[in-house]
Ligand binder design. Structure first.
Ligand SMILES: CC(=O)SCCNC(=O)CCNC(=O)[C@H](O)C(C)(C)COP(=O)(O)OP(=O)(O)OC[C@H]1O[C@@H](n2cnc3c(N)ncnc32)[C@H](O)[C@@H]1OP(=O)(O)O
Ligand SMILES: O=C([O-])CC(=O)C(=O)O
Length: 363
């Protein structure tokens, strides 16, 4: 038996939720470019039902999601300790996701409540770490607006609301990426929702996956703060054979379709918040990477600047990604459960040939 390194090119299962075929991202048949201007809840409905909601259904669905954006008092009490720990926020989120699966009402937790709770928990982690009071959801706002409000304490303007909904939609799903596949493996054993999500958070944390967005901003601030020439910086990194975070993709070899949309949002927000210096650096790095490595920015490249412009700290960036992707993880967990099939591939054994233990008598 031979194996494909990193399962590259291997079709590991079937899904109706999303596709990256032909280098395009499509959710349940709808191109991402057409969905980008919708409300986050509408896209969540699409991912969970593989159809868009009727107007009345959308109102009920959104209302239901938003009204579930509360945490049990006991969870908040525990979070106020856990979130202050010095570990990385993604480690805090890993523990929090697991913790959410141990409260008394967990038996009745279904995807809408789970998604709502995770968003609220992420906002709470950010606020607690900043020593700021927690913000209650506003029933007049949608889910993405509430999430941003609960994170920053400011109600988004109409313009910001459109941008943030787009950011959340573009991160919501991506077929069999590493974290979603992890969630599906756990789901395939008929484990519970929170176990699947906890495993997914662990996979997303790594720098080759969702953890890249934080490293992108680290690189940008390093360049800006040290007044290094971007082209000098990048050529040195490439010569040293280092990977440049936010570039390259396992599936997209001609550019990540999400990055094209996110680039415009990053540019607009950078201008609004006086952060153009970072955007200019990003443009120079991207031009170098295309010319010398034929590599394009991925989804994590421009979101790093977007989150910075929203006033978020870089350590929290991957949690924001996790919040958006929870919608997709839940869709895949539901689908995997319906498929009723254990994921258990084979391995190619490359260890020592058959040998025998030397017993006392044969010595
Ligand atoms: C949400 C997401 O997960 S999007 C991805 C986020 N991750 C990152 O941005 C981390 C940086 N990027 C990478 O590490 C990779 O591009 C990955 C892991 C995303 C995809 O990689 P793979 O498809 O496995 O390709 P692989 O890592 O084997 O790269 C192929 C070649 O391109 C090079 N390459 C790929 N990405 C980069 C990069 N960002 N910087 C420099 N070189 C790179 C590799 O060094 C390799 O070169 P080689 O053939 O000379 O050894
Ligand atoms: O699909 C992947 O490998 C990674 C990715 O872009 C995502 O999860 O959004």
């Amino acid at each position: 038996m031979s194996c494909a390194k990193g399962l590259a090119g291997v079709v590991a299962g079937q899904t109706k939720i999303s596709s990256t075929d032909n280098q395009r991202l499509v959710y349940a048949g709808y191109p991402i470019e057409e969905l980008a201007q919708k409300k986050f809840e509408e896209v969540v409905f699409l991912l969970w039902n593989t159809r868009l909601p009727e107007p009345a259904e959308l109102i009920t669905f959104s209302h239901d999601l938003v009204n579930k954006m509360v945490l049990p008092a006991e969870t908040i009490r525990l979070l106020s300790y856990i979130a202050r720990e010095p570990q990385h926020p993604m480690s805090i989120l890993r523990t929090t996701t697991s913790l959410l699966g141990t409260t008394n009402d967990v038996e009745h937790d279904e995807p809408p409540k789970i998604l709502a709770k995770i968003l609220t928990a992420i906002a709470a982690i950010v606020r607690i770490r900043d020593d700021k009071p927690l913000i209650d959801f506003d029933p007049a706002l949608g889910m993405a607006d509430n999430f941003l409000y609960m994170l920053t304490g400011k109600k988004p303007t109409a313009e910001l609301s459109v941008m943030f909904n787009t950011v959340m939609i573009l991160h919501a799903d991506h077929e069999f990426n590493a974290s979603t596949f992890t969630a599906r493996v756990v789901a395939s054993t008929f484990s519970d929702y929170y176990s699947c999500l906890t495993a997914a958070v662990c996979a997303l944390k790594g720098p080759l996956h969702g953890g890249a967005n934080e490293r992108v901003f680290e690189m940008l601030s390093d360049i800006v703060e040290n007044k290094t020439a971007p082209l000098v910086f990048i050529s040195e990194q490439i010569q040293a054979k280092r990977k440049i975070m936010g570039f390259g993709h396992r599936v997209y070899k001609h550019g990540d379709p999400r990055a094209f949309i996110l680039k415009d949002i990053a540019e607009a927000l950078a201008e609004k918040t006086n952060n153009q210096v970072y955007f200019k650096v990003q443009q120079q790095l991207a031009a170098y990477m295309l010319k010398h490595k034929q590599l394009h920015p991925n989804v994590d490249y421009y979101t790093a600047l977007i989150y910075h412009c929203l006033g978020l700290k870089k350590e929290t960036f991957t949690m924001i990604f996790a919040a958006c992707r929870t919608a997709g993880w839940l869709a895949h967990v539901m689908e995997q459960r319906e498929q009723k099939c254990l994921i258990r591939p084979n391995s190619e054994y490359v260890g020592p040939k058959i040998q025998h233990c030397v017993t006392q008598q044969s010595r």
